[in-house]
Design a protein around this ligand. Sequence first.
Ligand SMILES: Cc1ncc(C[n+]2csc(CCOP(=O)(O)OP(=O)(O)O)c2C)c(N)n1
Length: 652
Amino acid sequence: MCVSREGAADVFMKGIDDGIYPSDLKDMSIDELNQLCAEIREKLINTLSETGGHLASNLGAVELTVAIHRVFDAPRDKIVWDVGHQSYVHKILTGRAGRFSTLRKYGGLSGFPKREESEYDVFDTGHSSNSISAALGMAAARDLDGDDYNVAAVIGDGAMTGGMVYEALNNAGVMDSGLVVILNDNGMSISRNRGSLPQHLNKLRSSEHYLSVKSDVKDSLRKIPVVGDTIVSGIGTVKDAIKYLVVPGVLFEELGFTYLGPVDGHDIGALIEVLTNAVRMKKPVVVHCITEKGKGYKPAEEHPDRFHGVGPFDKETGKLKNPTAPPTYSGVFGRHLMHMAEKDNDIVAISAAMIDGTGLADFARRFPDRIYDVGIAEEHAVTFAAGLVISGKKPFVAIYSTFLQRAYDQVLIDVCMQKLPVVFCLDRAGIVGNDGETHQGIFDLSYLSSMPNLTVLAPADGIQLMLMMEYAVRSGGPVAIRYPKGRAADLRKYDDGERHSRSIFRPHARLLREGADVTLASCGSMTEICLRASEILRTAGIECDVIDAGIIKPLTDSDRKIYMKSAEKTGIVFTAEDNVTAGGYGDAVETLFADDHDVSVYKAGWPDVFIPHGSCDELRHIYGLDAEGIARKVSDIIERKTGRSSGGKRLL
Ligand SMILES: Cc1ncc(C[n+]2csc(CCOP(=O)(O)OP(=O)(O)O)c2C)c(N)n1
């Protein structure tokens, strides 16, 4: 796929790795821009096959991004990327091509726009559907200052299913500020886009010849004797009269936007033309571009969903290099929900555009009528679930921990206040790694623990997850179950969950290992890590009680007794959680000992900063939350408290 550089601009002579900037695009011919696109595609495939990342979205946005940087004058003009997962081409074109191989690695380029990283990144994104709001704010400030730079929001059709978009469009239409909304429409969210808005876009997409139709209309009108030219110059008014017949973007037009499109999002010439017109209008404009997700790499064209966010893969076959060995927590959740749904017709599942990621793909095939993909609409998903409960259903809402943050108020007021038995399954709870700050699921224990009526659970392995799902349906109230990304632990050698009578199982604190020196109180994924830490500590002569929390709130007397009894013996409680320490599990345990001066409580969790991108193992190591780090912290505490040392044994 190598590009011939003969006759190309200087940038090809140097190679894009030496640094390419938007200014380099201004004098390139369309042929040269197309060559550049081919070179960028090759770079995306080569690099992402090593680093992993959002391949399909970026392959689909190559020409669009090149055209944007040709027409707009960044960084003076401001371009906001919705979600930001499709901003790799923008990174390559804004001086970061040479560092592209560090993408998503600790200390390397972020997989999302980062203001700290470049002046060309004007807004940090990662969560969907906020670009128009942010861009409108920038446009409003520009207007107040009497400045004249351009502002654009680049947003996918998937992100258009999020409610914030309509709040922003509603506001933008009346503000009449110069704002270009560039709609990158590939018909896909992560998988096929669902909902009536996507259907509307689909209709617009099929009116492919709109741009030419509009000029045909103008030509026909011009031919009307005497008044024709006047009508054409007043096309705005005429358009009002005929738009229901020929203008496909009525929805946007009604909201106060001028709709331009649809335009072929891989035709650089057409894109440059329409974007140039949009910029000149100095009013709210939507430019509707039709793109193909995964374009230029066959495996991604054939399976755009699989290549939406992908791990390192073999370029020839498209196969993952290191697939996670099953079972994963998502897999256990999806399979078990299907099993439960076989026996209970009232069980339904809700996903906010993440059916595959949350493990619900098989459920969707098995029970197509009992699954609702509501789009990227977490707030709606939660209140929709509340409605389902009112009318007798048993909804499981599967949403990644970080995205449920969007629906804080709906969980609190629409569900918890009314004690409605919605089951929230928070996938990717805890550190997620390479997607970085916006995706780390490390706040849920804190934001959920403060909600009255909510039961908050954290399974330490796959069996516990299944038992908790069954319990949640029986409990009669709202329940949140949070579990991490990746492989499901199997701790049956410490406590065989199967021995519990499933029908009366209630999540509870469990003492998994006994020792006299220190209590390691852990929850979720940290339980396995603490068990490993206890092995390391044993080699240094330190014996640990290891408690698995299971339930974070509310605790029963028997849960409390487990903590109290252990602490009475050891005098030192060390809590560990895959959550920020502020307001999380450790704080809850600490309150148990608030009046007990003989017990010292120490807490380990994520600190009060946004945790950057890097692999999960690397981040846990850096922040001292792997088994070695926990063992080191515990032995330091024991040494300080008791003067006992690890006998010179290295705990690393
Ligand atoms: C609030 C929120 N929910 C879910 C996601 C996960 N997510 C990332 S990209 C994406 C699909 C976006 O589709 P679209 O905007 O059409 O972009 P495409 O990848 O198709 O170019 C989803 C659901 C997110 N980033 N933010």
